[in-house]
Write a protein that binds this ligand. Sequence first.
Ligand SMILES: [Fe+2]
Ligand SMILES: [Fe+2]
Length: 378
Amino acid sequence: MSSTATVQKKSVSPAAPGKEKGISSKAKEIRNSFYGDFKMTNTRPKVNDSRIINGEEGDVVQLSPMKHQFAWDAYKAGNANHWLPEEISMQKDIELWKSKDLTDHERRAIKMTMGFFTTADSIVANNLVLAIYKHISSPECRMYLLRQAFEEAVHTHSYQYIVESVGLDESEIFNMYREVESIYDKDMFSVSLTEGVLADGFTTRSVEGAQKFLENLVIFYVITEGIFFYSSFLMMLSFQRQNKMTCTAEQFQYIMRDESMHMNFGIDMINAIKVEQPELWTDAFEARVYELVKKGVELEIIYGNDVIPHGILGLHPDSIREYVQHIADRRLERIGLKAIYGSDNPYPWMSEAIDLSKEKNFFETRVTEYQTGGTLEW
Ligand SMILES: [Fe+2]
Ligand SMILES: [Fe+2]
């Protein structure tokens, strides 16, 4: 019998239930921690066995049939929104930065905003790839995480492109997260939750571990991407409204559209976990979420004061505080919790941008020749 015939014969044979190839018990344990029980079987997974976390029984590599439709929708929307930083000209900003038409306060706000963002998206990407991905057991959520991780790289690329084009001091801007306390404190707040998930022996199979993992999702999707990022978007888009730094702001419009999807996806995951494992969402856990959001808001208000200690461009430390509190309330409501600040939004034009409204002519600048069809749709 030829070797080809042997292969053909094997491929059409019914699988022997529970059949294992030769493998050590340790190797099997490691493999199963990634894939669940990876044995030959004729038993097909049931779609409802799939869960966001702890769903290895539902199979982590079979994309269809699909349970978490929101993740697939986000993946396709992300692809449709594809963009790259170098497609946007930076010429006007290069000229403005060299001119005398920016005040020292405005230059400080721009540098601080870039100082936060140049490393923040890398921290988010590291958390996604090193801490979150392994524990997500829904194949379609993993698909979106791969798309999101790529987008975080595009965002860091964008900041590097802005810094280089405008001629900012790269070492000053990129090292700000180590030199400026208000940035360091925000980043450390986020990173500390990555460490919990990376600890030796960490598992989402225990209630305590799964709650630690949920905390990570809250910190990164609700607070880091949902609060920290938005007040910095507010800074840059305020420049745009004064017809200043419009090229940088246009990059930020694309980034904000991506980040809005990241946040919505994270909130959808959190809410799906609440449904799939209601035992995790205890009163004590809710109290912990409120505590984390309050801490994040406190850090963001300190940072806002540091970026614009004096009012510029219609921004003021008090209105920044109100804005941060307002969006924190909206994020809490999205995960089924109560608003705790009751602050009005001093910048309603931002909520239009965040909600991806259809007001297409709201922003003055726009990419007009986008090759992949990923133009902004607000
Ligand atoms: Fe990002
Ligand atoms: Fe993001």
